[in-house]
Design a protein around this ligand. Structure first.
Ligand code: DP6
Length: 359
């Protein structure tokens, strides 16, 4: 498929005012997307667990207008949020070639997150996917019913233009993004449900997010991605990610949890290693991030548990483990890890099914 497959449809229907609400989750990458080119195209394939609890709910209301240009108001958790306007404006500019109606309506965007405000959890994946889905609902009102698969594919395509990882939040439980030889149907333009066999254990995996640092990141993801161009280790990193996609195929099928643990942790540490080696270099982990990692390694050595960690572009730690270990691991988190979290805060999440339209 090419971008031409996403050009706007012919809008035959007259639409007056209306509204729609979507709830879209966050996701956690196992093989990381880090480095992009062109218009939000990834340098390597990635795959993520869709989450269930961490989500953004967005109500989009529309009213016809005659004037030219974009017109919208944005409310975040009930309050007008001018600080987000630039980001939304940029997103609308990027998706305009693919949605022919954006200048025909005034939009009211009311959005809120399920996770605590300023928890240091990136909301761009859930936020951009929720808004893209809502815009697709309006497109559907204007064109008539769109095939479900096409709807999701275009929603993922639009989400990617807002934030790369957002294209992996539409569906679940495991979503792959980025063209890769061994993944049929894979594309740099949108995410697809992981097409190979996956052992049962991975469909109910838990993710407990330890809020180690709730502050604003020193270096944004967008800046970090850009530092991969001309990075001395870039090619090796992209090869590593591609190779890990192939290794995961066997791991997902066999349910080999120790191989899974090794691969997922190596991906997280490699992501932060390329940050350390960027010019200028930077460190997003905090001392407590490293303390947690040490503790997880100790715990695994002592108990034989399949608990492992992964990291986003930040200091917070995602603890991944099979559902059947939930009681034991939660006990360990409460006794040994809570002290490393800011204000003792953590979020219990798990693998989810993807976004849903709310009635
Ligand atoms: C480390 O999707 O936030 O979480 O495309 O610039 O919005 P932009 O970046 P973003 O990058 C996410 C990076 C990551 C890894 C991942 O989710 O694959």
């Amino acid at each position: 498929m090419t971008v031409n497959d996403f050009l706007p449809s012919v809008y035959e229907k007259q639409v007056t005012s209306g509204s729609v609400t979507w709830r879209s989750p966050s996701n956690i990458a196992l093989v990381k997307y880090w480095g992009k080119h062109g218009q939000q195209l990834p340098m390597n394939p990635s795959v993520s667990f869709t989450l269930s609890e961490c989500a953004t709910t967005t109500k989009l209301s529309w009213q016809p207008k005659d004037s030219e240009g974009f017109s919208f108001d944005l409310f975040f958790e009930g309050e007008k949020k001018i600080a987000f306007y630039g980001k939304i404006e940029k997103f609308l500019e990027r998706v305009q070639p693919y949605l022919g109606f954006l200048e025909d309506f005034h939009f009211k965007i009311e959005t809120s997150n399920s996770f605590p405000h300023s928890s240091g959890i990136a909301s761009s994946a859930s936020g951009m996917s929720a808004l893209s889905l809502a815009l697709m609902s309006l497109e559907e009102e204007l064109t008539g019913v769109i095939d479900k698969r096409e709807f999701k594919r275009k929603a993922s395509f639009l989400s990617r233009l807002g934030s790369g990882s957002a294209c992996r939040s539409i569906d679940g439980p495991l979503i792959e993004w980025g063209e890769h030889v061994t993944i049929p149907g894979s594309s740099d333009l949108f995410g697809v449900p992981y097409p190979h066999p996956v052992a049962e254990v991975f469909t109910t995996y838990r993710d407990v997010i330890l809020l180690v640092d709730k502050g604003v990141k020193k270096v944004s993801s967008t800046v970090g991605h850009n530092l991969m161009s001309g990075h001395p280790y870039a090619e090796a990193r992209f090869d590593q990610a591609r190779n890990n996609m192939d290794l995961l195929q066997t791991i997902f099928q066999s349910g080999d949890l120790s191989a899974f643990t090794a691969l997922v942790e190596s991906e997280a540490l490699s992501l932060h290693a390329v940050m350390l080696a960027s010019t200028p270099s930077y460190i997003l982990m905090k001392p407590n991030t490293l303390q947690v990692i040490e503790k997880v390694w100790e715990y695994r050595k002592e108990t034989g548990s399949a608990l492992c960690f992964t990291l986003d572009a930040g200091a917070n730690v995602h603890l991944l483990f099979p559902d059947e270990e939930n009681d034991r691991v939660m006990e360990f988190i409460k006794s040994d890890l809570v002290g490393y979290c800011q204000n003792g805060q953590y979020i219990c999440d798990g693998v989810g099914k993807g976004a849903e339209m709310l009635k």
